[in-house]
Structure formats: C-alpha cells, structure tokens
Design a protein around this ligand. Structure first.
Ligand code: 4AD
Ligand code: MG
Length: 433
C-alpha cells in the first residue's frame, strides 16, 4: 500500500511506494515515456510514466493532461542524482482530479509585470514566488520566536481606530456606525497602554497607509511588528532592534538556504548582519550628504531614497540614524532634554539601497508636553484622552519600534519591489485580485 507523502518528505521514502497530491507544473512527451513535473506546494518532483508500467487509461490521461491540472500520482521513489532535488517517481498509477480548462496563463516564457500582477492568484504557484513567500514565513516565525523568548507578550491591537498615529495625510477612512473611523497606521499608541499594563509587549498585524505615490517601498496595506516596553530608552531600543534583526537574518540563512540559492541572493552582505550595528546622528548624516551627495541638503530636510542609500553605503551592515529633528517626526516622540529641537528617535536603514526598515524611539512621558504636541500637530484632544491618561497614572520613560515586514523581506531576498513580498499586495490603484 502506498502512503500519502509530500514532496518535502520524499527523501525519507526512497525505495518505497508513495502517493502524491498535486498539480502538473510541466510536461514532456517522449512517446512511450511521459515526464511530468509535479508540484504539491512543498516542492517539485519529476514523475516518469512508462507505458508498460501503468494502465493504458492512466498513460493516455498523462499524455494529454494540460499544465496545472490537479492530479494524484502513485509510484516508487527512486534516487536519481541527475533529477532536481535528487529523487524521481516511477509512476504506477496516475489519476486526474480536474483537467485544467484551457491553457494556463503563466508559461515558462517571460511575462510583463502588469500581466503577472493581474494574475497574482496564479503567479503564486511559481517557484520564485514560493521561495520569497517561504522566506517571508520564516522571517515572521523568527521574529515571533525571538520576541516570545525575550519575554515580550503578544498583544493584539485594534485595526479600527478613532485617531491617527503617524500623521493625518495617509489615513484610510471608513464608516463606523455612522461616525468616521480609520484603519490603523500602527498599533503603537495602544501598545503603550499595553506596556504600562504588562511591561514588555508586542503587536503584529496589518497596518494601513493611503500612500499616494508609487514607489518600490510603499504598500497601502503592510504588516508591522511593534515591540514596546516600559522603562526603556532610545539606547535600549537600538540594542533590542539590532539583536532582533540579526537573529532574523541569521535564521533565514540557516533555514532557507535553498530558497536564497533559488533567488541567487549574494549571502556575504547578510552574513555580516551581526551586532553591534553602527549608529550615526541625524546631524552627522546631514553633513555626510552635504559633502558626498546633495550640497543643497539642509538640516531639517527629510532623507530621500538616494540620501538613505548614501548613508548606508558608508557601512557594512544596517545603520541606525538617531535624533532626528523633532519637527520631522510624529507628535509622540520624546524631545532630547538638552536639545529639544531633536527627538529621541531612530530609524534603521538596511544595506544595499533598501532604506528604512524600522522606525522607533523613546516616547514622551510628559503630560503637558504631549498636550502641547497634539495642538501643534492640529490633532483633536478627545480621541487621545485615554493616551494622555497613561501620562497621569505612573508615567515612565518607555520606548518601542516598528519593523515593516515587506521591506525586510525585499531586502533579505534582494527584490526590486515590495509587491512580491506579500501574497496579495495592496498598492495605489491596485486592489485586484
Ligand atoms: O516609521 P513608521 O511610520 O513608524 C511607526 O509607525 C511607529 N509607530 C512604529 C513604532 O514605533 N511602533 O513605520 C515603521 C516601519 C517603516 O520603517 C517601514 O519598514 C514600514 O513600517 N512602513 C511601510 N512598509 C511598507 N509600505 C508602507 N507604506 C510603509 N510605511 C511604513
Ligand atoms: Mg518612519
């Protein structure tokens, strides 16, 4: 009796009869021999049908089966050094579950990105997408494992919210029983309440930004992990973030070697991603840009993509830029006590031109300062009343950060664009499929 296995497990079944459930990725007709490439989601294997080894019906079915038909294949697992993966299946039985209707739109030939995006639901079946999305899953798993082990408690924060976190220009508005509500830009504010209740916490979920420009780094819906903890400073945040990022990268190198090879990723820059990461102040970064890049760059300007690339090129691993101008950053950032024109913020810039992957810092724990900041940022007080309460009942210095999953996947896999880092990306004017 053949038993059901997945292609991933095939090496453990050499010499045995097994049954695979999957789809026909590709086919070569050699007369009395049919070579099928069968995939089952865990891998791809070559299945060989010899006309004398199967029933005439099964042979005919295999001969005419179109690409991406669903099939059940039984056969003997044979070690075959020349086969990709090292094993192949000598088929004894072949059954079609559903014959694909018509030609599968995605063929091994080159397709344009517009076409592939419009067929994202089918494109996901390709080996490159498999590699990327497996790396994504491993990144997420590594982040969760690391945070759980370090004693951060998972706290799920709401998606429907009455107020902005990161400015009002990128809010997605929705209707909440007749009142306006917004899809959350970040779980941070709620996490500050969670941190005052539980000490060390994190949230991990989808976040939303109505980004009105098309770039290779921006999605309208992206996933963010946000650790937050009480009695933490700007320095503490950078130490935690560099440990976490390094753990994630090293875990991918260890567990996803085959995927990285499929993506032809140069591993040398990733192997260097170990603490400590370099740190450069915003002030020094401005001087660097003025001398090596854009002479007209002024203190107080925000970094564009080329500026971020220039900064990160000075270092061999991710770099923190710290103490940005207070004016540039969100209302909640704690001002530097000695120099209130800068705040206790830091961004982590990834190497190889990938730009900011983390934003974070120390939060203001001062009631009066935050009241003034809300006014300055023209934010209504009422929806933030609960947030101000946190500064009334045992306020403490605290910090946290948010790491964007898609940008991290794009960097680690070295992709052109974040659109391939999530199964179904949401971008400016793109909501299908
Ligand atoms: O720098 P941001 O806006 O920081 C926050 O939202 C803080 N409240 C996080 C915190 O301290 N808890 O966003 C954090 C990260 C960015 O560094 C980037 O990686 C990602 O989220 N990000 C985006 N990723 C894809 N598409 C977008 N439109 C993104 N906007 C931010
Ligand atoms: Mg940011």
């Amino acid at each position: 009796m053949a038993h059901n296995v997945t292609i991933e497990q095939i090496a453990a079944h050499a010499g045995e009869a097994v049954t695979l459930h999957g789809w026909v990725a590709d086919k070569t007709d050699k007369g009395k021999l049919q070579f099928l490439r069968v995939r089952d989601g865990t891998g791809v294997i070559q299945a060989t049908l010899f006309h004398k080894s199967v029933s005439p019906e099964a042979f005919e079915a295999a001969k005419h089966v179109p690409q991406e038909s669903s099939v059940i294949v039984t056969g003997e697992v044979r070690q075959e050094p020349r086969a990709p993966g090292g094993y192949e299946l000598s088929v004894t039985d072949f059954e079609v579950v559903q014959r694909a209707r018509g030609e599968f739109p995605i063929t091994p030939k080159e397709h344009g990105i517009e076409f592939l995006m419009a067929n994202r639901h089918l494109w996901l079946r390709s080996s490159r997408q498999h590699a990327i999305l497996r790396v994504r899953a491993t990144i997420i798993q590594a982040i969760r494992n690391w945070l759980d082990e370090q004693g951060f408690l998972l706290m799920d924060t709401p998606i429907l919210t009455p107020a902005a976190v990161e400015g009002t220009t990128t809010l997605f508005e929705t209707d909440f029983y007749g009142d306006p509500a917004y899809l959350t830009q970040s779980g941070q504010l709620y996490n500050e309440a969670n941190a005052m209740a539980f000490g060390k916490v994190y949230c991990f979920g989808p976040t939303f930004r109505a980004e009105k420009s098309k770039t290779r780094r921006h999605l309208s819906e992206f996933w963010m992990v946000e650790p937050e903890w009480a009695f933490g400073t700007l320095d503490d945040y950078m130490k935690v973030a560099e440990q976490m990022v390094s753990y994630v990268v090293q875990t991918v190198l260890e567990k996803r070697a085959a995927e990285m090879e499929m993506l032809e990723r140069d591993l040398a820059p990733l192997k260097r991603v170990v603490p400590p990461f370099p740190r450069i102040s915003y002030d020094d970064a401005v001087k660097l840009i003025q001398t090596k890049g854009d002479a007209n760059f002024k203190w107080g300007d925000d970094f564009g993509a080329p500026d971020e690339t220039l900064i990160s090129e000075q270092f061999d691993r991710p770099v923190f830029v710290y103490k940005y101008p207070t004016e540039m950053k969100a209302f909640y950032m704690a001002p530097d006590a000695e120099r209130p024109e800068v705040c206790l913020s830091a961004d982590l810039l990834a190497p190889e031109g990938y730009g900011e992957i983390i934003g974070g810092g120390q939060r203001s724990d001062n009631l009066e300062y935050l009241e003034a900041q809300l006014e300055k940022h023209k934010l209504p007080r009422e929806p933030y009343e609960w947030y101000l309460d946190l500064r009334k009942y045992g306020s403490v210095p605290h910090c946290g950060f948010g790491l964007g999953i898609e940008r991290t996947v794009a960097w680690i896999c070295k992709l052109e664009h974040v659109r391939e880092t999530i199964p179904f990306p949401r971008m400016l004017e793109k909501i299908y499929p």
